[in-house]
Design a protein around this ligand. Structure first.
Ligand code: C2E
Ligand code: MG
Ligand code: MG
Ligand code: MG
Length: 278
């Protein structure tokens, strides 16, 4: 397998690809220094309404390392979770996403919510609720302009404590979204009694949904049930106008994907804030 040689770019990773052991050590060591060296950056991807209005924005971390080049979060986030660096990284993201959103508001742009992904691995060590409080105070962002995206695997770890944490987050006025919904094995019944605002339908149900009867069936039923439970539904990974048409038909509330925009640096995202119509 390939090693991360200087100047090469680690771009792609999935379950089938294992990270070489030496690469893993190298990446983990570099990761430890990344915050101090200022190697992280945020990109922003819009969430768009059915009528193509800008509704909110998801902040996604980007890492440019001096030797390895761009390293995908799909690769380094799991490593950061393994080596215990994830909470530091998530706190960095949380602070910068909130600060940026407040700066956009101060600049007079329309106010939108920013979504931040938070890892739930060993979440009991993350002091998430305390960090949220601190960050909102420090950045002066109102809680209603922040949303936390948790993956549904949150419910595998320790449901009692997670449920308590979600209630506390809501009490702060921060909303909670369940990311990659349908990817794991949780069901809407898990979420029924939780103060959740949104679920994000995993990309697997969206890709080619217009040409796959089974996907279409599942997607439409999830949307219907989610609405009965008062959850907002966002479709992830919308790439084609055929997918969009189908998602509109089943009344999916919001859409996100390359069809509208890839995650982009803040300067480019500001163009969407200036003209929030897609
Ligand atoms: P996610 O939160 O589910 O984010 C969606 C991923 O899908 C992003 O990949 C995004 O670039 C990609 N995507 C968006 N639209 C499309 C599309 O139309 N087609 C395709 N093929 N892909 C699309 P990215 O940025 O590489 O992030 C991957 C995952 O890494 C995220 O999945 C999230 O779980 C994690 N992640 C990213 N940033 C952070 C972070 O700050 N903290 C934590 N804990 N995890 C993060
Ligand atoms: Mg997400
Ligand atoms: Mg997702
Ligand atoms: Mg996903």
């Amino acid at each position: 397998s390939s090693k991360a040689k200087p100047g090469t770019t680690v771009e792609f990773y999935n379950e089938e690809m294992r990270v070489d052991f030496t690469d893993k050590i190298k990446i983990t060591n570099e990761l430890k220094k990344a915050i101090k060296r200022g190697e992280f950056q945020l990109h922003y991807q819009p969430k768009v309404s059915k009528s193509k209005q800008l509704k909110s924005v998801e902040a996604l971390i980007r890492w440019k390392n001096k030797d390895m080049g761009d390293v995908s979060p799909a690769l380094f986030i799991p490593l950061a979770e393994e080596c215990g660096l994830i909470h530091k990284i998530d706190q960095w993201v949380l602070y910068h996403a909130c600060k940026q959103n407040k700066e956009w508001q101060n600049a007079g742009y329309p106010k939108i919510k920013v979504s931040v992904n938070v890892s739930v691995k060993n979440f009991h060590q993350s002091q998430l609720v305390e960090k949220l409080k601190e960050t909102l105070v420090e950045t002066k962002l109102e809680a209603k302009y922040l949303q936390i995206e948790l993956t549904e695997s949150v419910f595998i770890e320790n449901s009692e404590t997670v449920i308590e944490m979600i209630h506390q987050i809501r009490q702060l006025g921060v909303s909670v979204s369940i990311d990659d919904f349908g990817k794991g094995f949780s069901s809407l019944s898990h979420l029924m009694n939780l103060p959740i605002s949104e679920i994000k339908l995993d990309r697997q149900f969206i890709t080619n949904v217009n040409a796959d009867h089974k996907k279409a069936l599942i997607a439409s039923h999830i949307v219907e049930m989610a609405h009965q439970l008062n959850f907002n539904v966002v479709a992830e990974g919308v790439e084609t106008s055929e997918e969009l048409e189908f998602l509109k038909q089943i009344e999916c509330d919001e859409l996100q994907g390359f069809l509208f925009s890839k995650p982009v640096p803040k300067e480019i995202f500001e163009q969407f804030l200036k003209a929030p119509q897609f």
